[in-house]
Design a protein around this ligand. Sequence first.
Ligand code: DQA
Length: 148
Amino acid sequence: MAQKKPIFILNGPNLNLLGTREPEQYGNHTLADIEAECRALADNKGMVVEFRQSNHEGELVDWLHEANDAACAVIINAGALTHTSLALGDAVRAIDVPVVEVHISNVHARETVRHHSYISAPAAGIIVGFGTMGYALAIDAVARWNET
Ligand code: DQA
C-alpha cells in the first residue's frame, strides 16, 4: 500500500524562540512542545506530520514547492513573513495542496502592519488567535478534509 503523505507543518522566522520569546503574546510552549503535540494528535488520527522551521524566506518557498508532491496538506505559520512576503503568497497560490494559515496571536488585535497577510487569500483557511492550540485545530481541519 502506498505510504500516506504527511501534513507539512512549516514555521517561519523567530518561531524557534517560542517559549522564551514574548510569552505574553505567544505563551510558554516551545516549538518542540508544539511539534510533540502535533505528532501525537496526528498519530491518533492515523496521519503523519513533517514539522519544520526556518528563518529564511527562500527555504520556506522551497518547502511549499516540495509539499505540492510530498504532502497531503500544509499548515503554515510564516511569522513576520506573513505580512511582507509576496513570494510566499505566490508559492501558496502556485501549489495545489490545501494550505492552512495559523497564527498563535490574534494578529488583528495587534499593530496595523500585522493585519495584512499575503498568505490569507490563497489559503484554504485561517486559524488566528487561539494560541498554540491553533496548530491542533488546523490538524483537526485537515483530518476532516481527509475523511470526506
Ligand atoms: C505570528 C504573528 C506574526 O505577526 C509574528 O511576526 C510572528 C508570529 C503568530 O503566530 O502569532 O512571528 O505569526
